[in-house]
Design a protein around this ligand. Structure first.
Ligand SMILES: Nc1ncnc2c1ncn2[C@@H]1O[C@H](COP(=O)(O)OP(=O)(O)O)[C@@H](O)[C@H]1O
Ligand SMILES: [Mg+2]
Length: 383
């Protein structure tokens, strides 16, 4: 690994032509640890090294930050083996700890912390809880560090499917029928929950309010299967969302915000799954060759226009920034329902978000550059 040279913290205020320093954060505490490592692999390979100094920081499954290898191969999914950040992957890293302090420090056992220097911007390539949910964003806000993507509120609200739906409905966006099961409600009054579910009609999807990658989600065809599905979802979150099934094609659209706040949308893409998967579950997403991704999706022009329009409205309704992927169901009559928004969508070079941009004429290295430039160009603090 090439040694990373410290940069004096005073560089922040002085006009400088030095390369911007980007801390790439990946791994993390959520169930999407491995896919986050795979994203880091792609980004480390593609980022413009003439424009940026890169500091790769791996976050272990227990939440420890380590100075990680700047090595795309190390973090790739190869031969079916899932990459993982381990304690021994490098010395510990201490995040900036006070307002205006953009300095990272390296901690080696038995030694005084060593200055690693200032970061100009953090690129959080983290999915799910403790990365995509506003917690990391809050830490960075506290210390005035710029970062790519949505802020605290948008991250937290988009991660929580119950809150997201309230906000989308409030903005007049089309969402499917659903109900929220509050913490403890199923234990206190299962019959009331059963009655509410009956009203939605079968099948339903039972989901943890805050998870991701389809973790904990079950498609339930009838009342006999409800208990098991509730138990499974409750393993991941105390709050649940139960949705009526929407019959339609799964269409996604990428939103990219420029430094001036304007939003561009990609051509939509489509996900289809084959074999025994009845929905886009965890295995279909990562483990099997069960998924077919089409970019751009074969859709009538008016549906494409509607999906793009709803993507920007969803992005804005959630107060998102930088990037997001908005996921839809397009029903047989052409009507479009918003399923969800992801503030840090899958971002390997072969993931849907970059692929949809590639199909729209924006290549992966350029996409990375735009995201970093947008983040550098926006102020910290309330925005
Ligand atoms: N209401 C629904 N109707 C039909 N399919 C659904 C519904 N909700 C979820 N699914 C299926 O489950 C998948 C995962 O659900 P989603 O809400 O997107 O969770 P995650 O945030 O984990 O991606 C969807 O891509 C879709 O295949
Ligand atoms: Mg989804």
């Amino acid at each position: 690994m090439e040694a990373i040279q410290p940069v004096a913290a005073t560089d922040a205020s002085a006009p400088s032509t030095r390369r911007k320093r980007v801390a790439v954060l990946f791994g993390g505490r959520s169930s999407e640890h491995a896919v986050s490592c795979a994203t880091a692999s792609s980004v480390l390979r593609a980022i413009d090294r003439d424009a940026y100094d890169v500091i790769p920081i791996g976050v272990t499954r227990t939440g420890r930050w380590v100075l990680a290898a700047d090595d795309p191969e190390r973090w790739a999914i190869s031969a079916g083996v899932l990459p993982e950040v381990k304690d021994g992957d490098g010395p510990g890293v201490i995040a900036p700890v006070q307002t205006g302090d953009h300095a990272l420090q390296v901690l080696e056992p038995g030694q005084v912390p060593r200055e690693l220097g200032q970061v100009d911007v953090v690129f959080p390539l983290l999915h799910g809880p403790f990365g995509e949910d506003g917690t990391l964003q809050g830490l960075l806000e506290l210390t005035d560090v710029r970062y790519v993507g949505a802020g605290v509120l948008a991250s937290a609200a988009s991660m929580d499917k119950a809150v997201m739906k309230v906000m989308l409905k409030g903005a007049g966006l089309p969402v499917g029928e659903y109900l929220v099961v509050r913490p403890g409600q199923w234990q206190r009054d299962p019959e009331a929950v059963r009655d509410d579910v009956e009203e939605l009609g079968w099948p339903v999807f039972v989901k943890p309010a805050r998870a991701g990658s389809s973790v904990g989600i079950t498609k339930v065809d009838g009342p006999d299967e409800l208990d098991a599905a509730m138990a499974e979802a409750l393993r991941h979150d105390r709050k649940l969302v139960i949705e009526a099934a929407v019959v339609g094609r799964e269409i996604e659209c990428a939103v990219l915000q420029a430094a001036d706040g304007s939003c561009a949308t990609s051509l939509p893409g489509e996900i289809e799954f084959v074999g025994e998967h009845t929905f886009y579950d965890f295995e279909a997403k990562y483990l099997d060759d069960a998924t077919k991704l089409s970019c751009p999706a074969d859709l009538p022009d008016e549906v494409i226009a509607r999906v793009r329009e709803l993507s920007v409205r969803t992005f804005e309704a959630m107060n998102c920034e930088g990037l997001a992927r908005v996921d839809f169901f397009v029903q047989a009559d052409g009507s479009v329902v918003v399923n969800e928004i992801n503030t840090m969508p899958g971002f390997t070079s072969s993931s849907m978000y970059p692929r949809m941009w590639a199909a729209t004429g924006l290549a992966y290295p350029e996409l990375i550059d735009r995201l970093i430039q947008t983040a550098l160009g926006r102020p910290t603090g309330l925005r």
